[in-house]
Ligand binder design. Structure first.
Ligand SMILES: *Cc1c(COP(=O)(O)O)cnc(C)c1O
Length: 373
């Protein structure tokens, strides 16, 4: 049998992102999907996810549970939104980018009563505006917010947002897609009810399913709320919980095996804190190197996540992103187009099986490929 081929380039595009050869190796067999061995693996993954989410308060372990859901990350977000807000509930969405707006779009399609506090793609979440919104007879029962808004790379301050939301008695849902596993999140201390992420971001698996860590008592109370059959969160959870780790429908077996390996490697690295440290170093090398080369970041240092960074495109007439992209790809790096509507920018991710030396090599490649100078 031949070895796993080397990747042609590093994906600096979260995500999918670059995975380790051993994570990819785990996908090279066709595994059984329904028997006890596989189901036990699924349950072991579910319980390791809970442990990661409650690591600051291990005694609370039994009060939390988790669900795996087929599809990309957005399917898991839609599953939560569509399965936990009751018919007479009302959702408040905090938005400062594409992913916040996507939550509101899902709510509209699902005919969930909702309002959006939109701070603009480049704006910060205004806590006072949130406090104002939750005064008096507002009727909101649930609130959704994105942790790392991948549109810009801004890390929204959930440690300040959560107390306001909990004070008002709302159920709190956090899209931690691009942050969970890459930065410590105190799910218990912050009172987060549902935390959503996916296989192919900071845990460094491959795409195919999303994951939800939830307060057990919360999810238990949502039977029959779902507006969808295949994205019914309660039903999926109930099947896994009572079936010893069984999925209702065909599960992405190869992806699940790869994810198990990715969780093993996260533990070997030293857990979330150690991974966060590596990402911070990657990010520092990236940002300081890019600034030295004359690039400007869109966000100030204080609000940048250590996961993905938005840079302005150079103003030179001869500069074209597509050309820059193609040149870097030939040198072994795939970067990411911008996603902010009214700004000329691009993004570089630094999560995945990517190390500070890789970011140094990237900076060297960019130095050589500034064809517009
Ligand atoms: C990646 C991501 C998602 C999900 O995107 P998919 O393409 O559906 O996997 C959702 N929210 C945020 C903040 C993300 O970064």
């Amino acid at each position: 049998m031949s070895a796993i081929p080397e990747n042609p380039y590093l994906l600096l595009t979260p995500g999918p992102l670059s995975t380790s050869p051993t994570v990819r190796q785990a996908m090279m067999k066709d595994w059984c999907t329904w028997d006890a061995e596989y189901n036990e693996l699924v349950n072991s993954i579910r319980s390791r996810l809970v442990e990661l989410a409650v690591e600051a308060h291990p005694a609370a372990r039994e009060k939390y549970t988790s669900v795996l859901m087929q599809g990309s990350g957005s399917a898991s977000v839609e599953s939560v939104i569509g399965s936990v807000v009751p018919r007479d509930g009302k959702l408040l969405v905090l938005a400062n980018g594409t992913y916040g707006k996507r939550i509101a779009r899902a709510a509209n399609i699902l005919a969930i009563d909702n309002e959006v506090l939109d701070f603009g793609e480049q704006g910060a979440i205004d806590l006072e505006a949130l406090q104002q919104k939750l005064l008096g007879d507002h009727g909101f029962t649930h609130l959704a917010v994105v942790h790392c808004e991948t549109t810009t790379g801004r890390l929204n301050p959930i440690e300040e947002i959560a107390p306001v939301v909990k004070q008002a008695g709302l159920c709190l849902m956090v899209d931690a897609m691009s942050s969970f596993g890459g930065v410590p999140i105190d799910m218990v201390g912050l009172g987060i009810d549902y935390l959503i992420s996916s296989a192919n971001k900071c845990i460094q698996g491959v795409p195919g399913f999303g994951l939800i860590v939830a307060k057990r008592a919360e999810i238990e109370s949502t039977k029959g709320y779902s507006r969808s059959m295949s994205l019914d969160l309660y039903d999926q959870w109930h099947a896994m919980e009572t079936g010893g780790g069984k999925w209702r429908f065909t599960s992405p077996t190869h992806t699940v095996r790869a994810f198990d390996q990715a969780l093993i490697e996260l533990a070997e690295e030293g857990g979330i804190a150690a991974r966060c440290e590596r990402y911070r170093k990657n990010h520092q090398v990236l940002v300081s190197g890019m600034r030295e080369l004359g690039f400007e970041t869109m966000l100030e240092d204080e609000v940048m996540s250590p996961f993905i960074t938005t840079f302005y495109n150079p103003g030179a007439k001869s500069y074209k992103f597509e050309e820059f992209y193609a040149r870097l790809k030939r040198r072994g790096f795939v970067i990411y187009p911008g996603k902010v509507s009214d700004a000329d920018c691009f993004r570089i991710g630094n999560i995945g099986h990517v190390f500070p030396e890789d970011m140094e090599r990237l900076i060297d490649a960019i130095r050589l490929e500034r064809y517009w100078l």
